[in-house]
Write a protein that binds this ligand. Structure first.
Ligand code: SF4
Length: 76
């Protein structure tokens, strides 16, 4: 299940860091290979974030570092 705006707000309210992928994604799939429990590719050729209770210990920082176009960040 994909992460919804409502879920993002709930996680932020709980001070849980949430990853975000912006529109510059080039569908290289590096993040999916590194963090398959966090990212998936959709039919619009973009990486999207899966719904989870927490994103700790799931190599999100490694995916951020590996993304060739720097389009992954944490929700502010
Ligand atoms: S690593 Fe970056 S460019 Fe590649 S699929 Fe993931 S978000 Fe998109």
């Amino acid at each position: 299940m994909l992460l919804t705006e409502e879920q993002i707000n709930i996680l932020k309210w709980k001070w849980i860091k949430v990853p975000y992928v912006n529109d510059t994604c080039i569908w290289c799939s590096a993040c999916v290979a590194i963090s398959p429990d966090v990212f998936t590719l959709n039919e619009e050729w973009k990486s999207v974030v899966l719904s989870r209770d927490s994103y700790e210990w799931l190599s999100v920082e490694d995916s951020i570092m590996a993304c060739p176009v720097d389009c992954i960040s944490w929700v502010e």
